[in-house]
Design a protein around this ligand. Structure first.
Ligand code: BG6
Length: 491
C-alpha cells in the first residue's frame, strides 16, 4: 500500500484554484494534513486559474476556507505556502512560466523534484493540460510526478477512452490518480476490513447465505447551482457509474491475495467484469428512473426539478435511479444487488444492507409469524458504523423471537478525528498509494455497464416528474424489489 514514508515533500499544483471544489474541499483538506502533522513544512501549493489573482488573493481565500482553532500565526504560516499562477490553458508560455515558478519553490522549500498536478476544473481541458505539462517539460521531474483527475471521467465509454488516450500520452497509468471520493470515505474503506478481518462474515458472504444486498445513497438536496453539468449527466452518470458501482465492486470482490494496490484492483476489476450486462431491451426490467416533483423537504416546500434554475422545462434528466444488478460468478449467482440513489429524497444517507437468507425452519415466531431476517447494515454516512440485526428470546418467554440490534457507531471523538475523504485521498496520492483511486479498467467497465441504460433513456424521452421531493423515490423502485419478494430496508 503506502510506498513512501510519511511526511511527503512535494509541490501541489491545483488547476481550478478559484473554483468551488478547491475552496470547499481541497484547501481545508490540505490544511488538515498540515495541522495533523502529516504534511511537514516542505511543501508548496500553486493555485492555477484564469483570473488575474495575486498570491495574496489566493491566500485570503485559503484562510477563509480553513476553519480551525489554530492560532492566527499558524494559519498565516500555512497560507504562506500558497502561490497563485494565472494562466491560459492553451498557451505553452503559461506552462513554461509555471515550470519556472515550481522550480523556484522547490528551491525555497528544499523540496525534491516531486510534483502533484490536481485537475479540478472543467473536464474538456484535461487532455490539453496533460499534453502541455508534458510538452513544456513541467511533468518531467527527477522525483515523482502524478496527475489527479476529478470526475466526470468521460460521458460514456467512447469519450472516456478518448480522454484516457489523451492523458496517457503524457502520463503512465501508474502516475494517474482518478478520484472517486467515495473511496476516501472511512466506512467505504471499512467494507474490506469488515469482510476480510472477521471470521464470522466471510464464510457467509455468498449466495448460500445472502439473499440480497441493498445500497442506498440518498440526498435531500436538489440540483443546487449545478444544473448545467447535471442536465447532461443525470443520476446515472453522476452517481451510479462511479460511486455506486465502486461500492458494488468492494462488496462483491474476492479476497485479494495481498492488500496491495495491484491485487485489490485486480479483484475489483474481476467483480465488475462479472456484472451481467443488460441490453437496451432489458433496461426497463432492471432499472427505474425518476425525477423529483415539488414537495416538502426538512419542513419546507421545494420546487420540482423542472423549475430549478438552468433546467430545461421539458428535461428528461433523471434525478433518481434504482436498479437490480446481477453478478454472474460462483459466489453471487442468483443474489440481486439492488442500488438506488437520488436527489431530493427524504434524507441524506448512504448505507448498505446485507440481508441474509431465512433459516431453514422457523421454530420461533416473530412479528406477524415470520422472523425478522438477519441483516448487516453498514452505515457510510452521516452515521458511521455497523449494525447487526439478530433475533433473541422475548423477555416474557414463549416461542416468540424479537429482533435486536448489535450496534457499533463511531463515537464523537472518532468522528472529530475522522479524516475527510479528500484529505485521505490527497495524502494517499502524496504517498504514492493508488489503491483508493479508480484504475482505467474499472472506469471502462463501469461505462460499459451503464452505456446501454443511458442510451435507452436518451431514446425514450418520456420521463416526467414521478416522485415528490422528500419521498424515497418513485413507486416503481419499490416494485422492483417486490417482484422478487423483497422490500427496501429504510433503516
Ligand atoms: C458527487 C456528485 O460525486 O457526489 C454529487 O457529483 C453528489 O451530485 C455527491 O451530491 C454526493 O457525495 P456525498 O459525499 O455528499 O455523498
Amino acid at each position: 500500500m503506502n510506498t513512501e514514508t510519511n511526511n511527503p515533500k512535494a509541490v501541489i499544483v491545483i488547476f481550478g484554484a478559484t473554483g468551488d471544489l478547491a475552496k470547499r474541499k481541497l484547501y481545508p483538506s490540505i490544511h488538515r494534513l498540515y495541522h495533523s502533522g502529516k504534511l511537514g513544512d516542505q511543501f508548496a501549493v500553486v493555485g492555477v486559474g484564469r483570473r488575474p489573482w495575486s498570491h495574496e488573493d489566493l491566500r485570503a481565500v485559503v484562510k477563509e476556507s480553513v476553519s480551525s482553532d489554530d492560532a492566527e500565526a499558524k494559519i498565516e504560516e500555512f497560507s504562506s505556502h500558497f502561490y497563485y499562477h494565472d494562466f491560459d490553458v492553451s498557451n505553452p508560455a503559461s506552462y513554461q512560466s509555471l515550470n519556472t515558478l515550481l522550480a523556484g519553490l522547490e528551491d525555497t522549500y528544499s523540496i525534491p523534484n516531486n510534483r502533484m498536478f490536481y485537475l479540478a476544473m472543467a473536464p474538456e481541458f484535461f487532455g490539453t493540460i496533460a499534453k502541455f505539462l508534458k510538452s513544456e517539460g513541467v511533468s518531467k521531474t527527477t522525483g515523482w510526478s502524478r496527475l489527479v483527475i476529478e470526475k466526470p471521467f468521460g460521458h460514456d465509454l467512447p469519450s472516456a477512452k478518448k480522454l484516457n488516450e489523451e492523458i496517457r500520452d503524457a502520463f503512465s497509468e501508474d502516475q494517474i490518480y482518478r478520484i472517486d471520493h467515495y473511496l476516501g470515505k472511512q466506512m467505504v474503506q471499512n467494507i474490506e476490513v469488515i469482510r476480510f478481518a472477521n471470521a464470522i462474515f466471510e464464510p457467509l458472504w455468498t449466495n448460500r447465505y445472502i439473499s440480497n444486498i441493498q445500497i442506498t445513497s440518498s440526498e435531500s438536496l436538489g440540483v443546487e447551482d449545478r444544473a448545467r453539468y447535471y442536465e447532461s449527466s443525470g443520476a446515472l452518470r453522476d452517481m451510479v457509474q462511479n460511486h455506486m458501482l465502486q461500492m458494488v465492486a468492494l462488496l462483491a470482490m474476492e479476497p485479494p491475495i495481498k492488500l496491495n494496490t495491484e491485487e485489490i484492483r485486480s479483484e475489483k476489476r474481476k467483480a465488475l467484469r462479472a456484472l451481467r450486462p443488460f441490453s437496451k431491451d432489458e433496461v426497463d426490467q432492471f432499472f427505474v428512473r425518476g425525477q423529483y416533483d415539488a414537495g416538502t423537504v426538512d419542513g419546507g416546500m421545494v420546487p420540482s426539478y423542472l423549475e430549478e434554475q438552468n433546467v430545461d422545462p421539458n428535461s428528461n434528466t433523471e434525478t433518481f435511479v434504482a436498479g437490480k444488478l446481477l453478478i454472474d460468478n460462483f459466489r453471487w449467482a442468483g443474489v440481486p444487488f439492488y442500488i438506488r440513489t437520488g436527489k431530493r429524497l427524504e434524507k441524506k444517507s448512504t448505507q448498505i444492507v446485507v440481508q441474509f437468507k431465512d433459516i431453514p425452519m422457523n421454530l420461533y415466531y416473530g412479528n406477524g409469524n415470520s422472523m425478522h431476517p438477519n441483516l448487516l447494515v453498514i452505515h457510510i454516512q452521516p452515521d458511521e458504523g455497523i449494525t447487526l440485526h439478530l433475533n433473541a428470546r422475548k423477555l416474557d418467554g414463549g416461542t416468540f423471537a424479537k429482533p435486536i440490534k448489535l450496534d457499533y457507531q463511531t463515537n464523537y471523538n472518532d468522528i472529530m478525528n475522522t479524516p475527510e475523504a479528500y484529505e485521505k485521498l490527497i495524502h494517499d496520492c502524496l504517498l504514492g498509494d493508488a489503491t483508493n483511486f479508480a484504475h482505467w479498467d474499472e472506469v471502462a467497465l463501469s461505462w460499459n455497464f451503464v452505456d446501454p441504460i443511458s442510451e435507452k433513456w436518451a431514446e425514450n424521452k418520456t420521463l416526467k416528474p414521478n416522485y415528490p421531493a422528500g419521498s424515497m423515490g418513485p413507486k416503481e423502485a419499490d416494485q422492483l424489489l417486490e417482484k422478487d419478494g423483497y422490500h427496501w430496508w429504510n433503516i
